[in-house]
Design a protein around this ligand. Structure first.
Ligand code: IVH
Length: 668
């Protein structure tokens, strides 16, 4: 056998082992043997680059090259389902179907409603060609490269299967609970924001620009809808069962029934059993099984008349409210938290629930000792939905009233117009606000002094070493180290990281200052427009408001920040220590007004720069980048393979299309 033949043989074998492992859960070789075959294939592929194949099993590990997504118009629109919440509404659906079919008998396919994000997979000649997100139902993002890393999605169907030459199969991409929990644990350790639920995590992952990130996160997929011109059968259920034999993961829960009672039994069974599933579900889906009957029933503007979703009630438990405590955040916002007797809810023990703000809390009319109903919906943070009236007695405990003074520093709380939260106004003297601001200052996207975690900051603050972020620049190795080699080494590292932060560009410094409402994007805009902190400090309200993306709240917050004498002093101390308070010569030299007033849409794949680089270039030259084409678009910066839908729209509106080279010439 030639080495080229061996490549083909290995690919086929690995596709089969992958299927045995990820779909059937019955591997026939050990992980080690699998890895050995994979390594052999990978070595051979390196020697025969002309045999490269994006669907090779070696491509499942992804790469860390940055990619952009093209929009892709769905061949058939991706509809959504209308929801029902109780059995009466399910019965209405059943009777509507019966009427619509003029009394003809029909079958219903019952399925789980998976809580992830929907995906359309296109296969040609047994090969995965394209994977597209739902998007707005008419067009979505082409996320093929990311989807290729999902092990339960076949890249190449087993030869000899009776699959049609061309078909589309739709389903849901999910992050299993175990992957989700592991991911959040890691993020917590790195102090990154947590994902609220597996759906958000799956969606964030699938939109990742690096396929290697997707590969690492271990997504899964269930398929629930086969479409195409040459389907095996008229029955939806039968088609999915056949697709299962082609190598697709189809849920075992799927079943076909005739009567309403059978539907109710399916609902009741899965309302409890879903708690043992490895992935999140939020209901069930009922579909008329015959595709012929589906066509007879047709659809409304948004959803088919032949299918409906039934949403499970979020799980609720009753427990006793013991106390309400208050947390003060970096901005001084005070959040009430309910502390309750521990109760088991959707697989975890719940002791605390957020009460959001004073209004939310007041609306619940809570008294200490009340029995309360706690709910955990799609979100991870539980919430109190109501006082459990069954337990209310004549002598209720003390009514819970929102506090008047800051629990941390005693300052009288204030409320700003149009905002739900109460704030502690003692910005310079309230410990959690001070520590929170320092934590924000050192965070990765700000000054990136990542050796300083919250505990260290707590410790330095308690020892009186830091009172604000400018103090960081006066720390010495001696102050930090105490005794022991490791302490000295880590102290040196910290001092070095602080030293390095003096090179952080002005726009990130501006973000790091922690001015309310000045996030990364606003900081960038302000830095580019004013170029130095002194110019920004002198800016009037009107000047700020003239900037497109700066509204009243942001502008006022900036003015207020610079009016505060303490902040002016902070800026002077940062300046004295060498922190960047103006745009670097390099950035200044690269700026121009050539694109001022222009709104530009980017589309396609580019040869000279990445899409993000083009976005940055547009901003640097005073232009504005937007996502979709409208009458306001000045021109389209188009690379290779611009989406046909976009091209058509541009032509219709008469918007000029500019090539990469023309654009680069324009900005010089
Ligand atoms: S069928 C016209 N089946 O629920 C048929 N959808 O609002 C449309 N979903 O966007 C889809 N599990 O993301 C179908 N077994 C299932 C499903 C399912 C979850 C999602 C899907 C869709 C949404 C419908």
């Amino acid at each position: 056998m030639t080495e080229q033949d061996r490549i083909l043989q290995l690919r086929e074998a690995l596709h089969r082992h992958n299927y045995n492992y990820y779909i059937l859960n019955t591997p026939t070789i050990s992980d080690r043997e699998f890895d050995e075959l994979l390594r052999e294939l990978s070595d051979l592929e390196a020697r025969y680059p002309e045999m490269a194949d994006p669907n090779s099993p070696t491509q499942r590990v992804g790469s860390d090259l940055s990619q952009d997504f093209e929009t892709f118009a769905h061949v058939r629109p991706m509809l959504s389902l209308s929801n029902t919440y109780n059995k009466a509404e399910v019965a209405e659906f059943y009777h509507r179907v019966s009427e619509g079919l003029a009394g003809e008998s029909f079958e219903i396919c019952c399925e789980l409603k998976f809580d992830g994000l929907s995906i359309a997979l296109h296969y040609e000649d047994g090969r995965l060609m394209r994977a597209v997100t739902r998007g707005d139902g008419v067009q979505g993002d082409d996320v093929t490269a990311n989807v290729r890393t999902i092990r339960s999605i076949p890249l190449q169907l087993a030869p000899g299967g009776n699959w049609p030459r061309s078909f589309e199969i739709r389903g849901e991409i999910l992050m299993p609970w175990t992957s989700f929990e592991a991911l959040n644990r890691e993020r917590e350790a790195r102090e990154e924001p947590l994902f609220a639920n597996p759906r958000n995590a799956a969606s964030g992952t699938l939109k990742s620009k690096q396929t290697a990130v997707v590969a690492e996160r271990r997504l899964d997929a269930y398929l629930y809808y086969l479409l195409g011109d040459e389907l095996p059968a008229d029955g939806h259920y039968e088609n999915l069962e056949t697709a299962r034999t082609w190598g697709f993961k189809v849920s075992d829960a799927m079943c076909k029934v005739k009567t309403l009672d059978e539907i109710y039994a399916f609902i009741d069974r899965w309302d409890t059993e879903r708690k043992n599933l490895p992935v999140a579900t939020d209901g069930i889906v009922l579909k008329v099984n015959s595709m012929r009957q589906q066509r007879t029933l047709g659809m409304t503007a948004k959803s088919p008349r032949w299918a409906i979703a039934y949403k499970f009630q979020a799980e609720q438990q009753s427990t006793v409210l013991r106390e309400v405590t208050y947390q003060v955040g970096r901005t001084g916002a005070v959040t009430p938290v309910a502390n309750m007797d521990p109760v088991q809810l959707s697989g975890t023990v719940v002791r605390r629930a957020t009460l959001h703000n004073a209004d939310f809390m007041a609306a619940l009319d809570l008294h200490v000792g009340d029995h309360v109903l706690v709910e955990k919906g799609g979100e991870i943070i539980p919430k109190i939905v109501a006082v459990d009236e069954a337990f209310i007695t004549a002598e209720r405990g003390q009514k819970v009233e929102f506090i008047r003074r800051c629990p941390e520093c005693g300052a009288e709380l204030v409320r700003y117009e149009g905002e739900a939260a109460w704030y502690c106004p003692n910005e310079s003297g309230c410990p959690p606000q001070i520590k929170g601001r320092i934590e924000h200052f050192v965070s990765r996207r700000a000054m990136n002094i990542d050796t300083l975690g919250p505990e260290t900051i707590d410790d330095f603050y308690a020892r009186g070493l830091i009172r604000d972020y400018a103090d960081l620049y006066d720390l010495t190795v001696d102050q930090l180290s105490g005794f022991g080699d490791t302490r000295i080494r880590s102290a040196r590292k910290t001092i070095q990281a602080i030293e390095d932060s003096k090179q952080v560009p002005f726009e990130r410094v501006l973000f790091a200052l922690g001015i309310r409402f000045v996030g990364e994007t606003v900081a960038k805009t302000l830095a580019r427009r004013f170029r130095s902190i002194d110019a920004l400090a002198r800016a009037s309200l009107d000047e700020l408001l003239q900037i497109n993306t700066i509204g009243q709240a942001i502008a006022e917050s900036v003015i207020r920040w610079f009016q505060d004498a303490d902040n002016a002093f902070l800026v002077e101390r940062l300046r004295a220590r060498g922190v960047q308070l103006q745009l670097s010569e390099q950035v200044l030299a690269e700026q121009s007004d050539r694109l001022a007033g222009k709104t530009i849409v980017i589309s396609g794949v580019f040869a000279h720069h990445s899409r993000d680089e083009y976005k940055a270039l547009i901003e640097q030259h005073g232009g504005k980048n937007t996502g979709s084409i409208s009458a306001k678009t000045s021109f389209i910066l188009a690379g290779e393979n611009m989406g046909p839908a976009k091209l058509e729209k541009a032509q219709k509106l008469g918007i000029p299309v500019m090539s990469e080279d023309e654009f680069l010439a324009l900005i010089g």
